[in-house]
Design a protein around this ligand. Structure first.
Ligand SMILES: C=CC1=C(C)c2cc3[nH]c(cc4nc(cc5[nH]c(cc1n2)c(C)c5CCC(=O)O)C(CCC(=O)O)=C4C)c(C)c3C=C
Ligand SMILES: [Fe+2]
Ligand SMILES: [Fe+2]
Length: 346
């Protein structure tokens, strides 16, 4: 095969000009909130061995007999509360698309760089976007899992899916994977600035702020997953940058699923205990989510606000994620530029 710059011999298959691809990837979201759309999404998500590490036969029975019978309807109602009816999609998809488009605009004057976005579960899928990039001539692709903290259940499964797609390709692109950025000064600074801006707009001063991260089973930490340590480091660096004590900015874990023990302290129990203990003003920041989603908009801003008020709390604020704000885009651009070094000229 020839580079596209020199003429191809007659009968040679067409060769697109060589380019560099950047694929930003987030978790995924259902296409709609009805039972079957929810079921399709949950089935794909909860059949992933990186997410559920249970015995396969036992899990297959639990998933198909119980979870996929009841959860699609119940969670569909939760998604309904945050669904963007105008665009007919969830906030996670809107924000991830915007992050992809804003990143593409940054490289708009470099025709050698192609930027796209994908979801690990649901659409647009990782294989469909990798195939499109390969067709467009990308022989080098940077994969950017939009998870600041590494976890096998999120970051590693993005790679699994990407390499599965590459298995089907004759002319495989070279693949780079952006590492987690939990302690990147650009990320910590962006979080701090975003928090300062949002806290300054509140009509109250929180006595306590929770840094709430998505939980995982305690067993994953015991087996060596670095996720817990990376969440703890992000929180410590954020405290240091904001000059807050460990009592003021506290690390918690949310979104527990099932009956096994997950990383503690649990966000919901902490919220209730704080209110019961006399805390009247509370804020929650969710630094592990690069985009607002069900877990921040419904679970934190909805459910946990309710727990707080029920238990005697007065003022509650959910701090928005970095999303596609200038601070958020600065983080993504900085990670991408660093990881593209040697592939593009600055
Ligand atoms: C059951 C196991 C799960 C593990 C382990 C898990 C880890 C994990 N998840 C995120 C980020 C997100 N999760 C979201 C939704 C969601 N998560 C699970 C389960 C696990 N997650 C489920 C079943 C769902 C769907 C909703 C539900 O049925 O409860 C989302 C929101 C997606 C959206 O559409 O808005 C995000 C984001 C992380 C970062 C993580 C481990 C570090
Ligand atoms: Fe999750
Ligand atoms: Fe740890």
């Amino acid at each position: 095969m020839n580079a596209a710059s020199s003429p191809l011999p007659q009968g040679h298959p067409p060769v697109a000009p060589r380019r560099v691809g950047v694929l930003v990837v987030n978790l995924g979201t259902p296409d709609a909130t009805d039972y079957w759309s929810m079921r399709r999404y949950l089935k794909e998500f909860l059949s992933d061995r990186r997410v559920i590490e249970e015995n396969r036969v036992k899990w297959w029975l639990i998933l198909n007999a119980i979870i996929l019978t009841f959860r699609p309807g119940r969670k569909g109602k939760d998604y309904d509360k945050i669904w963007d009816r105008e665009r007919n999609e969830s906030p996670l998809r809107t924000i991830t698309r915007s992050q992809g488009e804003k990143l593409a605009a940054v490289f708009a004057n470099n025709p050698d760089v192609m930027v796209d976005w994908a979801m690990r579960y649901g659409n647009p899928s990782i294989p469909s976007r990798l195939q499109a990039m390969q067709k467009a001539g990308c022989d080098r692709i940077l994969l950017v899992p939009l998870y600041p903290q590494y976890c096998a259940a999120t970051s590693a499964t993005v790679c699994d899916k990407a390499f599965d797609a590459l298995k089907e390709m004759r002319w495989q692109p070279a693949l780079r994977v952006a590492p987690p950025y939990h302690d990147d000064p650009v990320y910590i600074e962006a979080l701090a600035v975003s928090m300062e801006q949002q806290l300054a707009k509140l009509s109250f001063e929180p006595e306590v702020i929770l840094a709430s991260f998505h939980g995982v089973p305690q067993d994953y930490l015991d087996q060596g997953d670095p996720y817990h340590c990376q969440c703890a480091k992000t929180t410590r660096l954020l405290r240091e940058r904001l000059g807050m004590s460990a009592d003021k900015l506290r690390l918690t874990f949310q979104s527990r699923f099932g009956i096994a023990e997950w990383l503690k302290p649990y966000t919901d129990e902490t919220v209730k205990a704080l209110a019961a203990g006399g805390v009247k003003n509370l804020a929650i920041v969710t630094p592990g989510f690069s985009a607002d989603c069900l877990e921040t908009l419904e679970e934190i801003a909805g459910e946990n606000a309710e727990y707080f008020h029920h238990a005697g709390g007065q003022n509650f604020a959910a701090i928005a994620c970095l999303n596609d704000t200038p601070e958020g885009m600065r983080v993504i651009e900085s990670v991408v530029r660093r990881e593209l070094m040697g592939w593009i000229n600055s």
